[in-house]
Ligand binder design. Structure first.
Ligand code: ADP
Length: 244
C-alpha cells in the first residue's frame, strides 16, 4: 500500500479557469516515489496547464498542488527544491550560452562551487551538450534547445521531474537518448512526463494519467489503457472522442 508520505506529486482538485473557459477542472491524481507516470491527452486537453499548476508557474482557481508533501501555495520554496521542470517550449533565454545559463542557475540555486562543477559535468554529459556549450541558445536547433532545457531541469539533482514533451522536436537518435536518460533517471526519481508518442509510454512508463477537455478520464497502468479498446491508439481515441 502507498503511504501518503510516499506521494511525491499530488494534484488535488486542480482547476484553472480563464474567465468562463475551463482549462482544467478538478484534476486529481498522485504519483508515488519512484514512479514514471505519463500524462497524456490531445492538444488543448490541459496537460501544460496542469504542469504549470503543479510547478507553481500558474496559480489554481481551485484545488492545491503538493510536491514532496509541501503545498505549492504555502511552502513554495520548499516544494520548488524538489522539482526539475522542463516547460513545453524549453528555455527562453536566447541571448546567453548553455554554459552561461546553467552556471547562473546553479549559482542562483545556491549550489556550492564544487557541487556546481560536478553537476555541470553531469548534465553536459547526460544531455550531450559538449558541442554547443559556448554557443548562443537562440541559435541552437530545437533538439539542442530541448536538451538545454533538460539540463536546466536536472541541474540541482531534484527528486521530482516534471517534463512537458521532453522528446518533442528531437530526431529518432536524440529521442532514443532522452528516453534512455528518462529510464535511467526513473530508477531514483519520480517523473511525470507528457508526450504524444504512445510507444514511448509503453517503453518507459509505469502508469498513465489521461486527460481530455481538462478532466482526468483514465488513471491506471499501461495494461488498463490497453483493455479499454485492445490497443493504445484505439483506447486513446475512444477515451478522448469529443464529448467524452
Ligand atoms: P495541452 O498542454 O494539453 O495541449 P494546455 O494546457 O496548453 O493544453 O491548454 C488547455 C486549454 O487552455 C487550451 O484550450 C488552451 O487554449 C487554453 N489556455 C491555455 N492558456 C490560456 C490562457 N492564458 N488564456 C486562455 N486560455 C488558455
Amino acid at each position: 500500500m502507498v503511504e501518503s508520505s510516499d506521494l511525491m506529486i499530488e494534484a488535488n482538485g486542480l482547476s484553472k479557469y480563464y474567465g468562463p473557459f475551463i482549462a482544467t477542472e478538478d484534476v486529481t491524481f498522485s504519483v508515488p516515489k519512484g514512479e514514471i507516470a505519463a500524462f497524456l491527452g490531445p492538444n488543448g486537453a490541459g496537460k501544460s496547464t496542469t504542469m504549470k499548476l503543479l510547478t507553481g508557474f500558474l496559480t489554481p482557481s481551485a484545488g492545491e498542488a503538493r510536491i514532496g508533501g509541501f503545498n505549492m501555495a504555502e511552502d513554495r520554496i520548499k516544494a520548488s527544491e524538489f522539482i526539475g521542470y522542463l516547460p513545453e517550449n524549453g528555455p527562453l533565454y536566447n541571448e546567453t550560452t548553455p554554459e552561461g545559463l546553467l552556471k547562473y542557475i546553479g549559482q542562483a540555486r545556491g549550489l556550492a562551487k564544487s557541487k556546481l562543477k560536478e553537476r555541470l559535468e553531469y548534465v553536459v554529459k547526460k544531455c550531450s551538450l559538449e558541442d554547443v556549450w559556448g554557443k548562443q541558445i537562440g541559435k541552437l536547433s530545437r533538439g539542442y534547445r530541448q536538451r538545454v532545457g533538460m539540463a536546466h531541469a536536472l541541474l540541482h539533482d531534484p527528486q521530482v521531474l516534471i517534463l512537458d514533451e521532453p522528446t518533442s522536436g528531437l530526431d529518432p537518435n536524440q529521442t532514443y537518448q532522452v528516453r534512455e536518460l528518462i529510464r535511467e533517471l526513473g530508477k531514483t526519481k519520480t517523473i511525470l512526463l507528457s508526450t504524444h508518442i504512445l510507444s514511448e509510454v509503453e517503453a518507459v512508463c509505469d502508469r498513465i494519467i489521461l486527460i481530455n477537455r481538462g478532466r482526468v478520464v483514465l488513471d491506471g497502468t499501461v495494461e488498463d489503457m490497453h483493455e479499454v479498446s485492445g490497443n493504445m491508439e484505439e483506447s486513446f481515441r475512444q477515451l478522448t472522442a469529443s464529448g467524452s
